[in-house]
Structures are given as structure tokens and as C-alpha cells.
Unconditional design. Structure first.
Lengths: 422, 189, 160
């Protein structure tokens, strides 16, 4: 291509890129006159944790305003769910918050169970708690590794992923898949834990507390880490509540709100654990909270594993209108065959009502709103996801800090873009 | 520290708003209150600040489209089927103090659906309402930012409406494989 | 060194230019630090301790497309993201290769709907497809090795 043509094509490209007029009212007047600088961060940026685009208005290095642009990972999951029966829709929910698919399964399963008024046997509840807490650890490990790499500590990622591989190995043992396990189903779990699961998880529970000590040795008293994290990204409690923030981002500001304690599900009220709280609401406090959550999860896991050894019985509901019968029954019972056929071809009907149910995911409250049609497909499914809420609060949190702190703030509220855009 | 005793939200609302409270429903322990669409923001603000209620947190805003059932102005009288209009928008609010949830619901007409914004009550409603405006095409009056949130700016239509096609691609069989390969020009061998 | 002991003191290796170039290209293929969705987490896993991509000369992820040779499209590609990926691909310097990692990137996967591009090959050329939702790190390694085999067989005349 000749140079003249090339220049012309570049000019054409620029001409449809639009002008600053579109941003009038969203950024300050100083940006329109050119006094402050507009900087585009993402959607391809190593530390935006996915495909998040931020339009930053900078006065020197200081952030004047921040406009997040999301939707680069909008997958249409909610719309796809309307096209599937309740049981078949479950694998799609795995792929929203891809760092803790078990929590998504649980949110969806809890909502469907509430809609159907379906009970889960005790053993099923215990297996769920084991999975949820393992998922919390796995998710926090990815957060720890990537957050540290954003802040310049390269090696933590390698340590964190070493332990995460062990957790994924356990998930694979349970469900056959490392990440997208679809293990927690409406009415219970897919199958009972295999025999070699208990020794594996016990070995892991013996090792893991020392590994957490290792991470703390690398970071907690590290002066560089403290300099970059303390006093940065402070979220005041009233701001956090007004913006609907949940999870470690809210608890970092000292608000004691954990759905596992406040509105228990899966029998969390019978476990003994604490909810760690922060004081200052800065990046460092949110880091400490997640580190403590590792230890609290270990506590819950130890109790749950010991219960798993004693409590026997069914692991999913025996109501075969909603849960498939055992494979071994199919050869003996005609009724079981009918149930099996009906479930895997048509599914089941749910009432034409709406319900909302929420659980505590590693990031915060993940809520599921289902409106049934009376038939086998939902009219509408909506997920309230913590990352969505946290990104919507980013402009308030980031205001006034330096550009380099933005990376720390994004990392510390722990967003997942698949969770945000759905 | 002593807190005022919890009040029943339904009776409290009935005292203050009276006629604007259109319908109340209980299902699986969840209370849904249908209010007059124009007074949604007032009701939500009342629920947030009144002592004994203090629904201090907005959990979720979700919209539902009752498209194939044309309810019109009249509803058929059954308790569970109160749907005077096509679109329903639910505000799921949470009181941390009394540890309970409530759903406030408002309906918007099929033609030119409009509702007042709740961003004046909770800033959290900002993006949740923008998402609904994008995906359902319901205009929130008074909302400061009317841009699309999830879909590209130049997208046509509102994907989460029930009359919007899911947009499936046909499965490739031997008779239509050429047609499908035509819009994959970059597939290398 | 293994080579010199076989050569004695001559210090001469005879080969073709193509082989030498392809050997260099395979030995240090730098991927773009770019992730879209779930598969990006497995991509991170394959770079971290247990799987260690640096065994294949890929420990260095470049954050800028100008310095990258390999684009691993890891995850579902939405209609909103598609122009961005195309621009990233255009910005990469030749020679460049593309691995489509996972079902969503290869054919749309489970998301057969309005928001997802049904296969990244609708917008950019793809060299290797890796199946799986998400593929295990071993599968990605196999995909990368398959790409290496492909690059070793490339002829310079084809690039001209």
C-alpha cells in the first residue's frame, strides 16, 4: 500500500473514532479543554484481571475520575438459561465466576431448591461445604498470586498455584473436571465422594496451614508490600454499604456481614468459625482478611471432613421427581426407568413464581433470581454477582489515588470479569 | 445497644402510601410488594430510612419480561398472577440490622416502558439499572448515565427481552457445511 | 555442551537456512500476555509451577503485541471484544501464530447465542485448535508442541 493511501486510511479510522463530546458530563470539564489527560487502560492490559476497560482521567499521576467499561465478556448466560431446562442449565453457571465454579453451582442449586421446595440430605450438605470451602481456597490462591504479581512480587504466583493444583486435583477426583466441575446439583451433589478422596484431603489439610505461613512470610511484613498496600484504596464503611459491596471488600471496612453466619445455608450454622474483619478498609486489610479466611476455611474443612467420616446416607434428595435415581436401580425398577427418562428428556416443572436466594462466594454475595413459568424452563434467571457491584464502585474507591495504585485497588477487590459480565 | 423493634413492612407501607401499594404476596418465606410504578423511588427511600425497617442495602435489581402473556390492564384474579403490564422490575433489598429481605416490584408498560430511578436512594442502583436499560430496554427516568452497559454502543435491540431471538448458529451437517465455512474465512488447514 | 562433544573442535554445523530459522523461531516463541476467560486461568496454570511452560522457551509473556509471536486466544470471544482481538492480531509483527484455546474460541462452545462469536476463526487465522472446556494444561502443551511441529516444517518462501 502506498504511503498516501495508508495515511488516508489512518485518517479515516480516526474520523470514526468519535470525539470527546460523547464524554461530556462523564469526565470533568478540565479533560475537555485538555488540562487533564484521558488514559485508556485495557481491555488488553496485564493487570486488569481480564477484559476490563477503564477510562482514567489523570491530573499528572493522580486519578481525577475513572469510567469503567464492561461487557467485553458478556456471554449471554442468562438468556441461554431461559432456553434450557433447570438441570441442563447448570453447566452454564460454572463459567460465570470461573475462579470458583462451585459457588456458582451452589447459588443456582440453592435457588432452584428454594423454588421447588426441595430438601438436601445431611451428607449432601457436608459434601457441599467441603467443596465450597475448597473452592474458596482455590479462588483466594489465584487472587493471591495475581495480586502479588501486579504489585511486583513475582514468586508468590508460583507458590500459590502449586497448592491450587492440589485442590483442582481433588475436584477432578470428585467430578472428573478440574475447573468446570458442575458437581453441586439441585437436590444434592452429583455423586458420593470416592474412597481415596478422604486421605487426599486430610493430607492437604495437614500441609496447607504451613503453606499459608509461607505466603505470609513472603508478604505480610514485607516493607515494599506494606508501602504499596497500606493506606491505599480506602473504602469507608458507609460507601461500601451504599454501593452494595459484599464479601472481603465489605469486611475489610469493618462491617461484620457474612451470609454464612447471617443467613446460613448448607448447615453452616453448625460449624465453628470466625469472620475476620478489617479496620482501615485499605488494600492491606483486604489482603489480611483473605489470608485469615484461608485459616478459617481450614477450620471448617477439618470439621466437615470428620463429619464426612461419620455421617452416612444419601448424598442427594430421594425425591426422584427432581433428582435422578441411582444408576444401579435402573435394571430393577420400572419406576426408576420412568423417572430417569422423564428427568433427562423433559426435566421438571417449577411453579410460576419468583424467588431470590443468595450465598457467600469468595468474592461476596452471589445471588440468583429465578422466575419460573410453570413449565420446565425458567422465564428469567438473573445473577447478582459481586464483581459487577465492585466494579461499579471502582470510580469512588480509586478517586484521588495514583495511577500505580489503581492496579493494587483492582487486585484487592478481587474482580472476575466473567462474573461481572455474565 | 438497643435497636427499635422490627416493624412489619407491609403494614408500615400501607399506613403511609395506602393506595400506591397494589399487591402483596408471600412465597417460600419471601415477601413481594407490588407498588405503583411512579412512586417506586419514594417507597424505597421510605423503607431505607424508617426506623424499624432500615432496609439499608440494595442486593439486586432484576427485570422480567412476561412477553407471551398479554395481560393488559386487567389481571385474571388469581393471587399469584398479578401482572398488569409486560415488564416487571424487582428491587431486592436487605436489612442487615433485622436480617431480612424484601422484594419491591413495579411494572412497566410494553410501549415505552419507564420507571423512576432508584439511584437517588442507593448509588448501587446505578449499574444494576443501566444493565436493565441495556438488556430490557426499560428507561429509568432521572438516571444520570443513559449509555449502554454490557452490549456495544451500536447494538440494535435489547437481548434479554423474550421476543429477542437467542441467535443460534445452525449445526454443521454435510449439506450445509459450505455455507457455514463461508463466514469463517480465516480457518486455516 | 552436547553438540560440541560430537563435533570435535571443528565448530561447524551444516544446515539449511530454513532449518536454522525455524529452530530459532520454535526455541523462543513468545506468547502475548492476553487472557479472555476461564481458559486464561488454565493458561496461567500451565505457566505456573506444575506445568512450567518455560521448558519450551515460552517463559516470557510479552504484554505488548509488538513483541509477541504467538496469540493464544484463551476463552470465549464476544462480539464486543472481537474488534479488539483483531486489532491486537494486526499489531503483532510477522511471523505470528494463533492458537485457539478451548471450545468457545474454536467454535463457540456451549454458548450458541447472540453475544458470542462462533469461533475465533471468523475474524483471525488460526493455526492450532485446542479442544476442551477448559483444556487441561497438558492439552495446551500438546497444542503448543503441535504448533512447533508445524513451524519446523514451514518454508521461508511461504512467508514472502
Amino acid at each position: 500500500m502506498a504511503v498516501a493511501e495508508q495515511t488516508q486510511s489512518i485518517e479515516e479510522q480516526r474520523s470514526w473514532e468519535g470525539s470527546l463530546d460523547q464524554l461530556r458530563g462523564l469526565v470533568s470539564e478540565r479533560a475537555i479543554t485538555g488540562e487533564t489527560m484521558l488514559l485508556n487502560m485495557g481491555p488488553h492490559h496485564p493487570s486488569t484481571h481480564g477484559v476490563l476497560r477503564l477510562l482514567l482521567e489523570l491530573d499528572g499521576e493522580q486519578i481525577v475520575s475513572c469510567l469503567p467499561d464492561i461487557g467485553f465478556l458478556h456471554t449471554g448466560i442468562e438468556k441461554s438459561l431461559e432456553d434450557k431446562s433447570y438441570e441442563k442449565a447448570l453447566p452454564l453457571t460454572d463459567r460465570m465466576d470461573y475462579l470458583s465454579p462451585m459457588s456458582n453451582n451452589m447459588a443456582y442449586a440453592a435457588a432452584v431448591e428454594k423454588l421447588l421446595d426441595l430438601d438436601v440430605p445431611e451428607r449432601g450438605q457436608i459434601i457441599r461445604v467441603v467443596c465450597l470451602e475448597l473452592a474458596r481456597c482455590a479462588s483466594h490462591l489465584v487472587w493471591l498470586g495475581t495480586h502479588a504479581i501486579d504489585m511486583g512480587a513475582m514468586s508468590v504466583l508460583l507458590y500459590a498455584f502449586r497448592e491450587r493444583e492440589r485442590i483442582l486435583g481433588m475436584f477432578e477426583m470428585l467430578s472428573g473436571q478440574r475447573m468446570m466441575s458442575s458437581y453441586i446439583r439441585p437436590g444434592g451433589v452429583w455423586r458420593d465422594v470416592p474412597d481415596d478422596f478422604l486421605p487426599t484431603i486430610k493430607q492437604f489439610l495437614d500441609d496447607f496451614p504451613y503453606k499459608v505461613d509461607d505466603y505470609e512470610a513472603l508478604l505480610t511484613k514485607n516493607p515494599i508490600w506494606k508501602d504499596r498496600a497500606q493506606g491505599v484504596g480506602v473504602i469507608e464503611p458507609d460507601v461500601a454499604l451504599a454501593y452494595g459491596m459484599t464479601g472481603p471488600a465489605l469486611r475489610g471496612s469493618g462491617v461484620n456481614w457474612d451470609l454464612r453466619k447471617a443467613q446460613p445455608y448448607c448447615g453452616y450454622e453448625t460449624y465453628d468459625f470466625n469472620v475476620p474483619l478489617g479496620e482501615h478498609g485499605d488494600v492491606y486489610d483486604r489482603y489480611l482478611i483473605r489470608i485469615h479466611e484461608f485459616r478459617e476455611s481450614m477450620k471448617i474443612l477439618n470439621q466437615a471432613v470428620s463429619r464426612l467420616e461419620t455421617v452416612k446416607g444419601p448424598y442427594r434428595s430421594q425425591n426422584h421427581k427432581y433428582c435422578p435415581p441411582l444408576r444401579s436401580e435402573l435394571g430393577q425398577s420400572m419406576e426408576a426407568v420412568i423417572h430417569h427418562f422423564k428427568l433427562w428428556t423433559y426435566g421438571y416443572d417449577a411453579p410460576d413464581e419468583e424467588i431470590y436466594s443468595a450465598i457467600e462466594s469468595p468474592r461476596g454475595e452471589i445471588g440468583c433470581y429465578i422466575h419460573g413459568t410453570g413449565g420446565n424452563k425458567p422465564r428469567r434467571v438473573h445473577f447478582k454477582t459481586p464483581s459487577f457491584i465492585h466494579i461499579s464502585a471502582l470510580p469512588v474507591v480509586a478517586k484521588g489515588y495514583l495511577l500505580a495504585d489503581m492496579v493494587a485497588i483492582i487486585g484487592s477487590v478481587d474482580i472476575v470479569l466473567g462474573d461481572c459480565d455474565r | 445497644m438497643e435497636f427499635p423493634a422490627a416493624r412489619d413492612p407491609v403494614s408500615a407501607l400501607r399506613d403511609v402510601f395506602g393506595e400506591a401499594l397494589l399487591h402483596v404476596k408471600e412465597f417460600r418465606g419471601e415477601t413481594t410488594i407490588v407498588v405503583d410504578a411512579e412512586r417506586t423511588a419514594e417507597v424505597l427511600d421510605f423503607l431505607r430510612v424508617t426506623s424499624g425497617l432500615v432496609y439499608n442495602m440494595l442486593s439486586d435489581v432484576s427485570a422480567v419480561d412476561y412477553f407471551p402473556n398479554d395481560y393488559g390492564d386487567a389481571f385474571d384474579g388469581e393471587e399469584s398472577d398479578f401482572r398488569p403490564e409486560r415488564f416487571g422490575v424487582s428491587y431486592h433489598i436487605l436489612s442487615m440490622l433485622y436480617n431480612r429481605r424484601l422484594r419491591v416490584k413495579a411494572f412497566a408498560a410494553a410501549e415505552d416502558p419507564r420507571l423512576p430511578t432508584a439511584t437517588v436512594v442507593w448509588p448501587a442502583a446505578n449499574w444494576l439499572e443501566r444493565e436493565i436499560a441495556d438488556m430490557m430496554g426499560i428507561v429509568f427516568e432521572g438516571h444520570a448515565d443513559q449509555r449502554r452497559l454490557l452490549m456495544p454502543e451500536d447494538w440494535y435491540g435489547h437481548p434479554h427481552r423474550r421476543d429477542y431471538p437467542l441467535g443460534k448458529e445452525t449445526v454443521a451437517f454435510s449439506f450445509n457445511v459450505d455455507e457455514i465455512h463461508q463466514h469463517k474465512p480465516f480457518a486455516r488447514d | 555442551m552436547g553438540v560440541s562433544s560430537k563435533l570435535g573442535n571443528l565448530g561447524i554445523v551444516t544446515t539449511t537456512v530454513e532449518q536454522a530459522v525455524n529452530h530459532a523461531r520454535v526455541g523462543a516463541m513468545w506468547p502475548l500476555l492476553f487472557g479472555l476467560a476461564c481458559c486464561a486461568i488454565e493458561y496461567m496454570s500451565s505457566q505456573a509451577s506444575s506445568y512450567d511452560l518455560s521448558r519450551f522457551g515460552m517463559e516470557l509473556n510479552r504484554a505488548t503485541p509488538r513483541q509477541a509471536d504467538l496469540l493464544i486466544v484463551s476463552g470465549r470471544l464476544t462480539r464486543k471484544m472481537a474488534p479488539v482481538v483483531r486489532q491486537l492480531y494486526d499489531q503483532m509483527a510477522e511471523p505470528k501464530w494463533v492458537i485457539s484455546m478451548g471450545d468457545c474460541a474454536s467454535c463457540g462452545g456451549v454458548y450458541n447465542n447472540y453475544a458470542i462469536v462462533q469461533g475465533v476463526d471468523e475474524i483471525i487465522p488460526v493455526d492450532v485448535y485446542v479442544a476442551g472446556c477448559p483444556p487441561r494444561p497438558e492439552q495446551l502443551l500438546h497444542g503448543i508442541l503441535t504448533l512447533h511441529e508445524k513451524v519446523k516444517g514451514e518454508r521461508i518462501a511461504d512467508w514472502a
